[in-house]
Design a protein around this ligand. Structure first.
Ligand SMILES: Cc1cc2nc3c(=O)[nH]c(=O)nc-3n(C[C@H](O)[C@H](O)[C@H](O)COP(=O)(O)O)c2cc1C
Length: 723
């Protein structure tokens, strides 16, 4: 039996000397991180002293200290390692480690997350595995490779792998006689306990209610230190250009910060220019983040079109660095937007859990989970703000979450149902209840009214709200804005102007409930004038716009909002002295509805676009006038279509085959080839179409040779951005 410690239902793992396990993860959007957390909890239940960390936060030498290591990593970009592994990966690849056998004491296993529609399926996990073996480490359990394309996604492979791994751990690393695994229906101690600040120092209770005269909490102190650091977001924070420029005070947008930083501006009378009631200010403590001012939020598809696609324009003032970096990577920039929850949902959750009396009290948080971004400002670390800005309770509940809830209800009926849902053997129950209808955590809690989550567990149970990445869709000169008013030295400043094209995610599930993604709902509600905290990231290599590459020909294949980075590349390339010819295959539904940026394409004389309107019922229709360069004179060879496509439909792959002569002409000139848009079948179909082109034009007589040529970076630069 595991020892019982503290509150009756919490079971502490027993400390067994020499029994330790490290779970290290690399994750872009959190899937691998979720799995790492789940594996960590499983190891804790088997009484391993467990550490779960992202690879970049872990010292290579500490690998030698653990009995066992589990790596979990997704693959990103074109077979690349996730960003939060790059430091670790670089250290691991150091030349001087090769042949050193330095990791011969390390016993590891690895689980990779990938998508088989990408050419380099699960390459990050495979590269890591090969390197570890090279350095002398040995595998204590077989590696697993999850595939998003499977019926039940990553879980199809992961769940059986998890079960086998657990069985292996128990068999090969047996527990001492008197110690049993901690059962799944018992609680582990909280990792990130939360307490009311008032319970910490009751003598100062009254002061806690006013953030003006109380001492800052430990966490607030840390945040303030962070603010004081000259990190990039500090510049944005203190830059007042936009307020001056737009003659707009930030007072009602961010009272709490102004009270501390600019008391003289605490005046509501200045804010007469914008509808401040509607504009919001979401200033979060995000290292490396910037404050962005929302200039425009326009629907670009007709109101009767099934999809609401929006063009948002953001101004990022203040710092020089992102501008320079942004310009170097134009066409491959990403903006990360951090959505927040809606006040009415927060209110409902607070009422359901019975948290009303503590919702606005200051909280003490000793250890902050990775990726948790708190609202800035003294006194802002309250339960209400955590629920509004930091914790995701509209996500699909993970199995672990549901399992934990079974501890927090007095109803045996609810307990049994919750345990039934999380049974690893019959995963269909969980899929049918949670995944297929895309039920949210909030909805689940409505179904189980007896569940009352203790306050101290919230950071363990709810995942932080994750930022969502959007490709920047402008480039060239349009990235730089100039301030209208000069500063005190008479200088006109510049700022970064980015645009994003966002398809609002709204759909009905099998239970016919309308759904809206958290970020979609947030973006849709954002009024111009709002202030957001965003991050700007440069894309994955290779860099597509620099001296020699701007003049190379480019073939771009995009579907839907995948046209965003292509527009940015076209704008950026047109800025260069001799931009290369560009051929675009753009898959949309209807010319009148979602032929994004239609009027702009003809402004670029060396760009030729072939729109594929899949729902306009015009077979092989191209409305664009051919650009006047020679290579296009021999277009028009219509190749036989493979039978699997609907006769009446018109997809990008059809047009690539139809324009085979033009395409092959580009392919022979060492082009850049970009594929952007939906993951799934599209990238594979497009690749097949390129191979068909190479065959039908007589460049190759055998498919394998054509594929080898196509995949060789000496012949073309391939860049894929699919999601
Ligand atoms: C932009 C992007 C690029 C990707 N590139 C690859 C790839 O090259 N190979 C692969 O197997 N999977 C690729 N994937 C699939 C991810 O590895 C998969 O979705 C995984 O579940 C993401 O896990 P994470 O949230 O931990 O990053 C890519 C996904 C995205 C969004």
């Amino acid at each position: 039996m595991g020892q019982i410690d503290g509150p009756a239902e919490v079971m502490q793992p027993v400390v067994i000397p020499g029994r330790s396990l490290i779970v290290l993860y690399g994750s872009e959007t959190g899937n691998a991180q979720d799995i790492a957390i789940e594996l960590g909890q499983m190891a804790q239940r088997l009484h391993f002293q467990t550490t779960v960390d992202e690879m970049d936060d872990f010292k290579l030498s500490d690998l030698l200290r653990a009995s066992l290591v589990i790596f979990v990593t997704s693959t990103t970009g074109q077979g690349d390692m996730p960003k939060n592994t790059l430091k670790f990966w670089k250290n691991l690849r150091r030349e001087k480690l090769t042949n050193s056998n330095c990791f011969q004491s390390v016993k590891f296993t690895i689980f990779g997350l990938g998508d088989s529609s990408y050419q380099k399926f699960n390459w990050a996990a495979r590269k890591l595995q090969v390197r570890l073996l090279q350095l002398g480490a040995s595998e204590f359990f077989r590696a697993g490779e999850g595939d998003e394309r499977h019926d039940n996604g990553i879980d199809s492979i992961y769940l059986p792998w998890y079960q086998d791994l657990r069985a292996t751990l128990l068999a090969d690393f047996p527990l001492p006689d008197l110690v049993a695994p901690i059962p799944d229906d018992s609680q582990l101690p909280p990792k990130y306990p939360v307490r009311l600040a008032s319970t910490m120092a009751s003598a100062t209770t009254s002061a806690h209610r006013s953030h003006l005269n109380r001492a800052p909490s430990k966490l607030e102190q840390q945040l303030e230190d962070l603010e004081r650091e000259s990190g990039p977001w500090w510049f944005a924070r203190h830059d007042e250009t936009w307020e001056r420029q737009h003659k707009r005070s930030v007072d009602t947008l961010d009272k709490q910060n102004i009270l501390k930083d600019h008391p003289e501006k605490y005046s509501l009378t200045k804010s007469d220019k914008v509808d401040l009631v509607e504009a919001s200010a979401d200033r979060l403590a995000i290292p490396g983040g910037f404050y962005a001012y929302l200039n425009k939020n326009e629907r670009v598809t007709p109101i009767d079109h099934w999809q609401d696609v929006r063009l948002l324009s953001l101004e990022i003032h203040g710092d020089e660095i992102p501008q320079r970096e942004a310009l170097r990577w134009a066409g491959q920039l990403t903006v990360t937007i951090f959505p927040r929850n809606f006040a009415e949902d927060v209110e409902e959750l607070i009422a359901m859990m019975g948290w009303e009396s503590v919702a606005d009290e200051s909280l003490e948080i000793d250890v902050k989970p990775k990726g948790l971004h708190l609202k800035l400002g003294p006194g802002s670390t309250t339960l209400r703000n955590l629920l509004l800005y930091s914790l995701d309770f509209t996500a699909i509940p993970k199995r672990n979450f549901i399992l934990a809830l079974a501890q927090f209800t007095d109803s045996q009926l609810e307990k049994d149902r919750l345990l039934e849902l999380t049974n690893y053997i019959s995963i269909q129950e969980y899929y049918d209840y949670a995944c297929r209808p895309r039920r949210t955590i909030l909805e689940l809690l409505r179904d189980f009214p007896g569940v009352k989550i203790p306050l101290d567990r919230i950071l363990d149970l709810f995942q932080p709200i994750r930022g969502r990445d959007f490709s920047v869709c402008n480039g060239g000169e349009s990235l730089v804005g100039k301030t209208k008013l000069a500063d005190s030295d008479g200088e006109f400043g510049s700022f970064l102007k980015v645009e994003i094209l966002v398809a609002i995610v709204e759909y009905k599930t099998i239970i016919r409930k309308p759904r809206q993604g958290l970020c979609s709902r947030y973006l849709k509600s954002l009024k111009p004038g709002s202030v957001l905290t965003v991050k700007i990231t440069t894309g994955s290599p290779p860099r597509l716009v620099e001296l020699d590459s701007a003049s190379r020909p480019m073939i771009a294949v995009a579907t839907g909002t995948g046209i965003a980075p292509i527009r940015a590349l076209v704008q950026e390339r047109s800025n260069w002295r001799a931009p290369g010819d560009t051929l675009i295959f753009f898959g949309c539904r209807n010319q009148k509805a979602d032929y994004h940026f239609e009027s702009e394409w003809k402004l670029h004389p060396n760009v030729m676009i072939f729109p594929a309107f899949s729902r306009d019922n015009e077979k092989h229709h191209s409305s664009a006038k051919p650009a006047p360069f020679d290579i296009f004179s021999n277009q028009g060879t219509i190749l036989e279509e493979p039978p699997q496509y609907d006769e009446n439909k018109n997809y990008v792959q059809h047009l690539i085959r139809r324009e085979a002569r033009t395409v092959v002409d580009f392919l022979k000139r060492k082009p850049i080839v970009c594929v952007c848009g939906n993951a799934g079948r599209m990238p594979v179909s497009v690749r097949n179409a390129f191979l068909d082109v190479l065959l039908t034009t007589g460049e190759f007589s055998d498919r394998e040779a054509a594929a080898k040529w196509f995949d060789d970076s000496k012949n073309l630069t391939f860049w894929q951005e699919c999601w």
